[in-house]
Design a protein around this ligand. Structure first.
Ligand SMILES: [Zn+2]
Length: 350
């Protein structure tokens, strides 16, 4: 479970209340945040608000400058500790289209949208656009709730049923990182483009043609991944970190080991997890241990050091840094950088 949820929700609702008290129901420009908008057009253009980087990047690419596209998360901000400001909530309310991920990490949004009543914008949730898989607890992982349950470990057997139920709940959690698979990214881009075309028919031809170009790039990247993986001597990835790329490995038939499932809140792996990952890396002569962006990489570093493997970063694309944002990085350039990392991980030095 997301342990930060109640606090996040309370703060969000308080922020909403403050925002409404301060501004009444009038449209104000306080929702504008020029540094993250792709245009400086007037309010008459289609206004799209996205929570995180992938749908933001897709919408701005489809828009080609015609729509005003804004990301709530600031570059460099960690997705899972994001908290909405009053301006963010106003931006959602004033949007013509609101793009969010859905799933566990977006539960707080449902209440905000509900509280907006008829003023709530049309919402697209990425998890509604593709086939979903549940988060998976693989052998060796530190499972969700490990630290809470650890103190009761000695009477584990007395609570067999409860524990089993708990375990079941954990396993049943939907993995919301749908954008990490290129095929999903294509489906999501096409769906966003169709929605934008419906909301702004005069821009439909432009949106569809921009979407087609973006999809073609992702499709080329997908082919490159497939070719690389098909000929690889290894098919296993090791993440000394959380594991938000289940959709990616599912798409290409890769196996994996990781410290935690999904984007678990845990940051301390169990000793058993560390031993398991180090021994797996040694036994299978895995050349690279991954960490993910916006992680301190400490677990991956420790595994790499103990096993003699290298360490690299996998771009899960939750967000970009300020420098990457200013350098014009896109979902596609980030995913393409994973191609080099994947080559090192599957082929090694030889
Ligand atoms: Zn995540």
């Amino acid at each position: 479970m997301n342990l930060h949820l109640p606090g996040k929700l309370n703060r969000a609702l308080t922020a909403l209340l403050c925002a409404l008290l301060l501004t009444g129901c009038s449209r104000t420009d306080s929702a504008a945040q020029p540094d993250l908008s792709t245009t400086t057009q007037t309010d008459s253009s289609l206004q799209i608000v996205a929570t995180i980087f992938p749908p933001y990047d897709m919408a701005r690419s489809i828009s080609g400058g015609r729509a005003q596209v804004r990301m709530l998360l600031k570059p460099g901000e960690e997705t899972h500790s994001y908290e909405p400001t009053p301006q963010d909530i106003l931006a959602i309310q004033h949007a013509d289209l609101f793009l969010c991920v859905g799933g566990e990490n977006d539960v707080w949004l449902d209440n905000i949208l509900k509280s907006m009543g008829e003023d709530a914008p049309p919402v697209m949730r990425l998890v509604d656009l593709v086939d979903l898989v549940a988060e998976e607890e693989k052998e060796g992982m530190t499972s969700r709730g490990y630290h809470e349950e650890a103190h009761a470990e000695h009477d584990h057997e007395d609570h067999g049923n409860e524990e089993a139920q708990e375990e079941h709940d954990h396993e049943a959690e939907i993995d919301e990182h749908v954008w990490t698979s290129p095929s999903n990214a294509i489906a999501i881009t096409e769906a966003i483009a169709e929605k934008m075309a419906e909301l702004d028919p005069a821009g439909a031809a432009l949106y569809r043609s921009n979407a087609a170009a973006y999809v073609e790039e992702i499709s080329g990247l997908r082919d490159d991944f497939a070719r690389l993986i098909e000929n690889a001597p290894r098919k296993t990835l090791v993440f000394g970190d959380r594991f938000p790329i289940r959709y990616f490995v599912e798409e290409f038939g890769l196996d994996y080991y990781a410290a935690f499932p999904g984007c678990a809140e845990d940051t301390e792996p169990s000793a058993a997890t560390m031993i398991y990952l180090i021994e797996t890396v040694k036994r299978e002569k895995i050349p690279v241990v991954f960490s993910i962006e916006f992680s301190n990489g400490a677990i991956a570093d420790a595994i790499a050091e103990a096993s003699g493997a290298g360490r690299m970063t996998w771009q899960t694309c939750h967000n970009v840094t300020r420098a990457q944002f200013e350098a014009g990085e896109t979902y596609i350039t980030l995913m393409r950088s994973n191609l080099d990392a994947l080559k090192a991980a599957l082929y090694g030095e030889e």
